[in-house]
Ligand binder design. Structure first.
Ligand code: ZN
Length: 290
């Protein structure tokens, strides 16, 4: 099942690529489930139980530009650093072994799968395509073997990063550099795990103006999604609708011999096999990083 946020309303998506229809959940359920795309995770098991048997009528065509994040206002956003060995190497670090490095993207940076992202004048803004997992059930002390029971589904994320701001403090302040407005795109929808032949091995990548810059598979994750749920929930309860950015593969601008940053007019497309695509255009409009 695919679940989306269409102009702020919870919808279920059906149909082949390019011919998708959106079905309004509040109307289709006669109000049993509300229109708020974030609140559905509070009642996720009941929602999915109902949705698989519901008779969907009155589907509407829609523009991808009208989609928002399938988790637009999470209470907690976890982000994982250095979770692919080649990315750890290009960043100048040993790959983590005992525990994943964790930071947050503050929830105000969350945005949808399409649109314009403003970047600072003279900035060093970088791209990081990532698999995003959304939590579907309160999770505390969850073993890795049952982690999937606590995940509502997967989406495509970009952990957009302002490297000047990230490096402005010692040690680096990851959370600040990664939380400018719209620096946390998620979309185009949430896909439940039953839709994937192997939820632990999905091809992901991104392109700038059509040029491939990142390409890998989530099978290369050092800490799998299940391992992350186990590690995070061992200390911090994961709440319904929380978001986990699971880490980026190699190919970011920071790690290149000749470093590269997103510039005015650049178009970044990001995709994950079996989920879909994000598309964002960058414009230099924000004041310089102080
Ligand atoms: Zn990242």
């Amino acid at each position: 099942m695919r679940v989306a946020n269409l102009q702020g309303r919870l919808v279920v998506i059906a149909g082949d690529p390019g011919h998708e229809l959106a079905f309004d959940v509040e109307k289709g359920s006669n109000g049993r489930f509300g229109a708020d795309p974030q609140r559905v995770y509070e009642d996720w098991a009941a929602f999915t139980g109902w949705a698989v048997t519901a008779e969907w009528e009155n589907g509407v065509q829609f523009s991808a530009e009208d989609l928002g994040s399938p988790a637009p206002t999470p209470r907690q956003v976890f982000a994982i650093g250095l979770n692919y060995s080649e990315h750890a190497a290009e960043s100048g670090f040993d790959a983590p072994t005992s525990a994943p490095p964790v930071f947050t993207k503050f929830p105000s940076c969350i945005t949808g799968p399409h649109g314009v992202i403003e970047i600072p004048q003279g900035g060093h803004v970088d791209w990081e395509v990532e698999l995003v997992a959304v939590i579907g059930q309160y999770a505390h002390h969850v073993p890795a073997g049952s982690a999937f029971d606590y995940i509502a589904g997967y989406s495509v994320g970009q952990d957009i990063s302002e490297r000047l701001l990230q490096m402005a403090a010692t040690p680096p302040q990851f959370s600040m550099g990664k939380s400018l407005p719209r620096f946390g795109p998620i979309g185009p929808w949430l896909v439940t795990l039953d839709e994937f032949a192997d939820p632990d091995d999905l091809e992901l990548g991104c392109e700038i103006n059509g040029e491939p810059v990142q390409r890998s598979r989530t099978g290369e994750l050092i800490f799998s999604v299940s391992a992350l749920v186990a590690n995070l929930s061992a200390s911090t309860p994961l709440l319904p609708g929380d978001v986990i950015f699971t880490g980026t593969p190699s190919g970011v601008g920071l790690g290149r011999d000749s470093q590269r940053w997103l510039g005015d007019g650049d178009v970044l497309t990001s995709h994950i096999e079996g989920i879909g695509e994000l598309r964002h255009r960058f414009v230099v409009a924000a004041p310089p990083i102080a």
